[in-house]
Design a protein around this ligand. Structure first.
Ligand code: SF4
Ligand code: ZN
Length: 294
């Protein structure tokens, strides 16, 4: 197999793009896909101060690496979840990356905030992942606003977006479908949020991380077992295998055809938390409730 760009021996085959690439051309292709997402969705420019939410995993470190290579002004934010045998390792990887790239890293420790995830898990009967996600989003937003960033970038890739879309459609979760977008504009109390990896798959991200020699956390969070999204990803991969290109068509089709209709009927959240000002459906947001301010 030959590289479609330079005709050297190819190392990666991408059926959904009907293409094969050598190492250098794959990296060029990958960065170009990220640039395409940034530009077509008007995510940010070289003038903006970007805060990248980094977990230490391959997606967020890939995102940070690509943005730095492309010359964007991107700092990192790591939320230490306080999960034994996991959070310290993740923090070590992120700190090492920041040091090697001479990039600025901000760390929030949930123990200092009084809500480490293992404690939250004891307090709730709900699945801890949804609360963990809410807590992380809360701090990404708060820190971003407080430190004067223009935009928050997260490492969600095409597979994350497609499995979420699939789940939201299967269960017709209209309020989540409205919010599913590579760009969420800023509003009062909410920082603009973007997903620059929305055009690249999990496989492509892994290949990029491997070619670039990124050192990321490869152990799973001990609370991640049985996540439904993992099951959807497996089924979607089977469909993609028999019909390459389905994932990107499904996602782009949603953004083009359904999203504009949903946006028209969107009702904005008007309430603000009376303790911290974060947008919420009730009087007090879920993070302030967990902290015991009710
Ligand atoms: Fe948090 Fe769940 Fe992810 Fe673990 S798997 S980091 S608990 S969201
Ligand atoms: Zn090539």
């Amino acid at each position: 197999m030959k590289c479609v760009r330079c005709k050297k021996q190819a190392e990666v085959e991408l059926k959904s793009h009907n293409a094969a690439f050598c190492r250098d051309c794959f990296l060029y292709f990958f960065e170009n896909q990220v640039l395409k997402a940034i530009k077509s969705f008007r995510m940010f420019t070289k003038k903006d101060k970007i805060l990248v939410a980094v977990s230490g995993g391959k997606d967020s470190l890939t995102l940070w690496n690509v943005l730095l290579d492309l010359g964007y002004n991107a700092d990192g934010l790591f939320v230490h979840l306080g999960i034994e045998g996991f959070s310290d390792i993740a923090k070590g990887k992120v700190e090492r990356f920041a040091k090697e790239r001479n990039a600025k890293l901000i760390v929030v420790n949930l123990k200092d905030e009084g809500i480490p995830i293992p404690e939250v898990k004891k307090k709730t009967r709900r699945v801890v992942c949804s609360l963990c996600g809410q807590i992380k989003r809360y701090y990404f937003n708060m820190v971003g606003l407080k430190e004067g960033y223009d935009v928050l970038a997260t490492g969600h890739n095409l597979d994350d977006e497609v499995s979420r879309l699939f789940s939201n459609v299967l269960h017709w979760k209209m309020e989540y479908l409205v919010d599913q977008s590579p760009v969420l504009p800023s509003e009062e109390g909410l920082l603009k949020k973007v997903k620059p990896l929305c055009r690249v798959t999990e496989y492509e991200t892994s290949v990029y991380a491997f070619f670039k020699g990124l050192d990321f956390v490869d152990i799973e969070c001990p609370y991640s077992k049985g996540a439904t999204f993992t099951m959807y990803k497996k089924h979607l991969n089977q469909i993609e295998f028999s019909s390459p290109g389905t994932k990107i068509d499904f996602y782009q089709g949603f953004l083009k055809n359904l999203k504009p209709i949903l946006e028209k009927r969107e009702e904005k959240i008007k309430n603000r938390c009376k303790i911290c000002g974060y947008p919420t459906f009730s009087d007090v947001c879920s993070v302030c409730r967990l902290k015991g301010y009710t």
